[in-house]
Ligand binder design. Sequence first.
Ligand code: 5AD
Ligand code: FES
Length: 351
Amino acid sequence: MDKSQIISLLQSEGEERSELFRKARETRDKLIGNKVYFRGLVEFSNICSKDCLYCGIRKSNDQVIRYEVSDEEVLDACRFAWMNRFGSVVLQSGELSSPAFVKRVDRLVREIRKLSDNELGITLSCGEQTRETYQRWFESGAHRYLLRIEATNRDLYRRIHPDNDYHSFERRLEALGYLRESGYQVGTGVMIGLPFQTYEDLAGDLLFFREQDIDMCGMGPYIEHEDTPLYEFRHLLMTKEERFDLALKMIAVLRLLMPDINIAAATALQAIDPAGREKAIAIGANIIMPNLTPTFYRKEYQLYEDKPCLDEDAELCRNCLEARIQMAGSEIGYNEWGDSKHFFKRKGTGR
Ligand code: 5AD
Ligand code: FES
């Protein structure tokens, strides 16, 4: 598929759009099966040293009460995931690089391995770090890492980040390279429907994923947040429904481009449509990240407006998710890591 074909699929409507969705689902079912895997998400700290212009927990947003979930609470949430036969957990936080932070994540990874008899898969999503830090966390037992590229058009990247070296596209790209060298299954992704973003940019994002030969992808609609600088450009946005639809098309096209990778049904989809994640599952996604962050902290981890499930406790979430996934015609891969098939193929060929 070349760029112009991708753009035309992203703009498809009616019969053509339904055909895209049908094909994407069929491709997933044929290549990797219809199972959906859970990654219990623990947003263990909202303290962030960066100032991305779109993000609600950016450093300069003083409306947010900063928190750190205690080690004990993080481990309790992971124990919940393990007892409920989730295959894996994701530890996510704002971006920090202090020695204390690096050490803390390292300790948490080891403790999670221990409490689950090495059964829980561990994904980290803690931003850009040095090669040494990535290696250290990998050696301690994390084996997947999510670091979204956010936007692959350099000009767009610049417009949604502060203009300094600390927020550079090149650094982000370099970090993705370190992750891969360290041995992780590497996941990246973008936001869809950003101000200034074009269809061509989005097609470029998808081609970037293929070029980088990524193992996992998480991408969802951009949702404006009142206390961020990008809010100023909200008049440029498509409607939320259009962003939602475009996000589904991005997922479907990516499934056709990279049939054997893991694709997450992003939580931001659910902020627009209560059944958003299930809709993504129905057209080719295969990963869901139920939120296991202790509810007390959740309202302070609002990257965007209308973030769902702010008061639901984890048990409730699980029951309702299960029913919804079955309704979407998929089955849950309990107790399985649900690793990216692509990763093993890539390893097998020594790439
Ligand atoms: N809308 C949608 N997604 C957002 N993220 C951050 N802010 C927003 C927003 N306003 C996404 C980024 C980040 C991930 C953790 O959350 O893509 O990588
Ligand atoms: Fe959170 Fe159902 S998924 S309440």
